[in-house]
Design a protein around this ligand. Sequence first.
Ligand code: GLN
Length: 484
Amino acid sequence: MTSKTLAELAAGLRNKEFSSVELTRDLLGRVQAAQPALNALISVTGDAAIAQAQAADREIAAGRAGPLTGMPLIHKDIFCTEGVRTSCGSRMLDGFVSPYDATVVAKLRSAGMVMLGKANMDEFAMGSSNETSYYGPVRNPWDTRRVPGGSSGGSAVAVAARLTPAATATDTGGSIRQPAALCGVTGIKPTYGRVSRYGMIAFASSLDQGGIITVSAEDAALVLTAMAGFDPRDSTSVDRPVPDYAAALERPIAGLKIGLLKEFFEKGLEPQNERCVRAALAVYERLGASLREVSLPHIALSVPAYYVVAPAECSSNLARYDGVRFGYRCKDPRDLADLYRRSRGEGFGAEVKRRIMTGTYVLSAGYYDAYYLKAQKVRQLIATDFERAFAEVDVIMGPTTPTAAFELGAKTADPVTMYLNDIYTIGANLAGLPALSIPCGFVERLPIGLQIIGPHFAEERLLNAAHAYQRETDWHRRVPPGYE
Ligand code: GLN
């Protein structure tokens, strides 16, 4: 069962080859077996999963099943789940049991999906290697000495090791696409506002976007159709109909105009990675797409602009963790100031503190204009660059990351080196654009991702292009040795 995609598993369920309870039990067994080596989950909700699977089997028997009924799923631990710990990878929320479900969680539950547990992640989604988690690092199943990427590392690993056919994830600067690339799976970050942020713990609100990690683009289309949509409880969610993303998948892509970002191929990209990406582009040419170079003159400023805007918003969002209302509280505070200081000092890890300090600094009087306002202007320039590029091409393609998965500890000493992992992914967040990553080959037995970026609300086009590639190749079907 485990080598199958979600779409194939769903077909097996419909054809009564197995029940949802059988599938769920099988995957819970895999989760337990993989946990010591990979540490992909923070919580496993086995009993609840079996109960949900039983309910799904009843729906199927009664002929009331939808396309996702009975399909197992893991949620990134940034999504609030009623009655289940929602830690966000932080000591600060280690004991926090959410009193409500995030909209994404509620929607996928009502679509009949079965939650197996909550995925490990970088603390408050700040990181690119899953090493900032309070619950310890997640390991890459392709080589357990290496990182899986972050911050949605647990989600990417869970899908790569076939512990689940789908895992939710979030992307503020690359946290869906980068771990998807480093783990050899498919991950889509939708347009900003396409998926509700209600109940998704905030990091940088103008950049955060929920999405999904799966084996194939077809699977991503199925889940995204159920996940997306307007939510009156999220004022930035967009009121616009959600297409059936799976309906457009088979459209031929002949005539698709693909832009190659000059800046992404210039420097920093490992030659072997470049070869994989170029080979993928040749597949598209064979399918009748055309390639042309496009340029985003301000893209080099995306990492510095992001590392002003994201910490600024994080410093404001994380102010709510004061030890008073919820979350970690220090022992025996002397007075109120001591309560704040020690609760935050003990509850947050080093990277989160670094971001809060940077963010507070760039927002402070006297520096606001020089840093925050400037970064917002640069952000606008980058968005305009993309708009110009999309007047010429339908999609932009290039690498998702400059290198394959690196070793644990290799970049922890130098935050700037760590931040540069997201050099190809951050632009789409700053401009609010949809983007996905699909597996496109291996460098020294480690997976490499191809990134596809589109104009606002072009998710259908991205999934269509990704699916066309996956019909021609089998990179997305490769399973790490030992997890077949
Ligand atoms: N790696 C980036 C950061 O550390 C992006 C994280 C994300 O997308 N959540 O901020």
